[in-house]
Design a protein around this ligand. Structure first.
Ligand SMILES: NC(=O)C1=CN([C@@H]2O[C@H](COP(=O)(O)OP(=O)(O)OC[C@H]3O[C@@H](n4cnc5c(N)ncnc54)[C@H](OP(=O)(O)O)[C@@H]3O)[C@@H](O)[C@H]2O)C=CC1
Ligand SMILES: Cc1cn([C@H]2C[C@H](O)[C@@H](COP(=O)(O)OP(=O)(O)O[C@H]3O[C@@H](C)C(=O)[C@@H](O)[C@H]3O)O2)c(=O)[nH]c1=O
Ligand SMILES: [Mg+2]
Length: 310
């Protein structure tokens, strides 16, 4: 182990992002420690949550604190607003307070669902927020709690996250096809930027290193949009997944375009979730790959490499 390795403490374990951070720590020359459920329950009393996190983070001697935990069940959140608010709205403020007490930067992760998706084009960091549902509302209050607790923060808004592990849209599509579904209806009127969690993790290591190197540089702090390059609607994303599955000899399904009205869900989703990433590129020198290239990497891990045509 590198004695000079940056020490990063991650809240959350077993989720898409926490798993990716753990997996990629070494190749970034960092040492990562994680604390997640069930050892830590972010919906427990704020006093208990703060005590547990403070103890673990200070014992590790962390130089950066990353919150990778969240309540991410968008529809279920409509029925459990208090639980979602405790985890997404309140806990991030406690985590950021611990970072402030220890004088270390806090990196927090948020979502495109803080926007209502009614504006055209790509959203910038200071565009007005207006979440449509409980998940987005609670994530927005988490952003505000972090900002209120410490100026030494980076809030990274990402979207449409997929990974070779955990629960995500790519794995859901592949599973439905492998269960024998030959046609799937998928919404084609919600647009956004699919993002590989492997790219998010790489960006977080870069941002962590920048924050650590320049503790007094305010321009490195604040809100940043961090999504895969390019754009898609969910039906296009599904078609790309199945095209990749076919090339790898795995089961695929035909995709039928649906409107959101034809695919009713408990929570409303934004129609336009496209995020502009020029700020993080300019300030942190983070360039996100095209989502189609990153999808290939994730599909290689999930179902193997492409079969050669000859
Ligand atoms: N997934 C997506 O499409 C998107 C995610 N984001 C944001 O990215 C971040 C990472 O999300 P991602 O990794 O994809 O999410 P996952 O759902 O894969 O992981 C969430 C993690 O939070 C943990 N968690 C949930 N409840 C608690 C609790 N009460 N106490 C402690 N830990 C808890 C989960 O643990 P357990 O599994 O044990 O419940 C899990 O490890 C989150 O901030 C999310 O809001 C933003 C945009 C899109
Ligand atoms: C499974 C399925 C989903 N859909 C639709 C529902 C939804 O509009 C879209 C994607 O489905 P999901 O369940 O992955 O959507 P959802 O859980 O809303 O995904 C969101 O998760 C949270 C955590 C975020 O922060 C967002 O960025 C976004 O990634 O596709 C279909 O149209 N057909 C299907 O067969
Ligand atoms: Mg979901």
């Amino acid at each position: 182990m590198n004695a000079h390795a940056l020490k990063i403490f991650v809240i959350g374990a077993g989720g898409q992002l926490s798993t990716a951070l753990e997996e990629r720590a070494e190749q970034h020359g960092t040492t990562v420690a994680l604390l997640g459920y069930p050892e830590l329950d972010l919906s427990a009393s704020p006093e208990l949550v703060e005590t547990q996190i403070f103890k673990a983070v200070s014992a590790f001697g962390a130089q950066i604190l990353v919150n990778a935990a969240a309540y991410t069940a968008v529809d279920k959140a409509e029925d459990e607003p208090e639980l979602a608010q405790a985890i997404n709205g309140v806990a991030p403020g406690i985590i950021a307070q611990v970072a402030a007490r220890l004088s270390i930067p806090c990196i927090h992760v948020s979502t495109d669902y803080v926007f209502d998706g009614t504006a055209e084009g790509y959203r910038k960091e200071d565009d007005p927020t207006s979440p449509l549902g409980v998940y987005g509302q609670t994530k927005l209050s988490g952003e505000m709690a972090v900002a209120a607790a410490t100026t030494d923060h980076a809030i990274l808004r990402t979207a449409w996250v997929y990974a070779p592990f955990g629960a995500n849209f790519v794995k859901t599509m592949l599973r439905l096809a492998s269960e024998g579904r030959t046609e799937l209806g998928v919404v084609a009127d919600q647009y956004g930027c699919p993002t590989s969690v492997l790219d998010i993790a790489d960006a977080i290591f870069k941002v962590a290193s920048n924050l650590n190197a320049k503790p007094d540089d305010a321009t490195l702090r604040g809100i940043f949009h961090l999504v895969g390059a390019g754009e898609a609607n969910w039906a296009e994303f599904a078609r790309a997944i199945f095209a990749g599955a076919t090339l790898r000899g795995a089961p695929s399904a035909a995709v039928k375009d649906l409107t959101s009205a034809e695919y009713p869900t408990k929570a409303k989703r934004p129609f336009n979730s496209r995020l502009d990433t020029s700020k993080i590129k300019h300030i942190h020198n983070v360039t996100m790959p095209d989502w189609k290239l990153s999808l290939d990497i994730v599909l290689d891990r999930l179902i193997g490499s492409k079969k050669s045509a000859s």
